[in-house]
Design a protein around this ligand. Sequence first.
Ligand code: SAM
Ligand code: ZN
Length: 413
Amino acid sequence: MNKASNYLYTGDNIHFLHRFDSESVDLIYLDPPFNSKRTYSAPIGSKAAGTSFKDMWSWDDIDEELLETLFITHPCLVDFIKSIEGIHGKPMMAYVLYMAQRIKEMRRVLKEAGSIYLHCDPTASHYLKIVMDDVFGRDNFRNEIVWCYTAPSGSVKSFPKKHDIILFYTKSDEWTFNADAVRIPYKKLNTNKGQSHFGADVSLSSKVRDEYLHRGKMPESWWPDFSPVGRLKKERTGYPTQKPLDLLTRIIKASSNEGDVVLDPFCGCATTCVASQQLNRKWIGIDIEEQAAHLLVERLSDDAGMFKDFVHRFDFPERTDLPIESPSKPELKQAMFDEQGGKCNACENEMRIVDFHIDHIIPVSKGGSDTRENYQLLCGNCNMIKGNRPMEYLRSKIAKRDNLLSQQITFGR
Ligand SMILES: C[S@@+](CC[C@H](N)C(=O)[O-])C[C@H]1O[C@@H](n2cnc3c(N)ncnc32)[C@H](O)[C@@H]1O
Ligand SMILES: [Zn+2]
């Protein structure tokens, strides 16, 4: 995936993310479903007619095979997510876990100077912020951006809910940020000393003031300046939850440079891809809905053929940053046997080398690759119990068996 320029993938983003090289992307914007418990469908007659996606979550949405690494690398996060069941119920817990699995992989593919913007709303933003704090580190939290807008509302028992939240994190403490690329004009403010462009700074000399005026000001972390797409006839496709191009333009200009790679793993009708293309960035869009891809192709080709240079794929790319090793290579088994000290990676029983099987920790069908880091040796019994399931399942089976055995021993005494 890392050689050509622009890619659109159709399928569950987690499997593609597994196959992207580490540190290969400069900027990630994601606008996942918000757990609003709705099914979104495009209006009949719109460009996007026929597209829909669900925003309701259950345990079935969790890919248990992929849970394993999260348990090992983020145990506190897993404890926190488990606690959500008691606070907010199982569907929210399933949603947050689903997001955590993906956010963890996003961090891996992001370059050291890269940034990530997670677009969500108050339904789950408080839970997602904790996920981001744990995965990216709380010191790498940069902004909670509030996109505020107006739209009709029937709300009379509380204030109409008219804002989204965009959580901005970086991967490290040195990151790309182009302040001058996103400055906006100062607004005139009325003060009791007369009119000023700078509020309290009325004392500035006119030269300095002109310089400031010319440069423009940095937008604050609340963004009232982008209308919802419903009002933007020119760019409206009818795709449910489509975001305005200008909002993406600000994010992309601020946090990437020309030629950089921008990834949107929940790209919908490809607003991020269109904005990236217009700003001379490379892009990768992923969406699970095939209909979304048809719409994207249409939207891209509408733009005077400027999107000829992209590849649409359903299959997983190959990782190019890790050597591919065939599991049938004899030296590989011997090396792993030595590394594991002749013990099974699950039950820890010692065996002869011929009694071990090479297992893919993440199955190939889920984007797991034929690389050394995705292999382990299991004894025949553990391998049979695990099958295509996660290690967590195997460990719980082993724990139950050990428990039973110790009870039998105590009873026997
Ligand atoms: C809120 S919409 C994104 C809208 C987009 N920002 C735009 O401007 O059109 C969320 C999208 O995520 C997609 N989606 C949901 N789960 C996904 C998954 N596991 N992998 C990839 N896409 C997914 C849905 O099909 C939907 O298009
Ligand atoms: Zn074993």
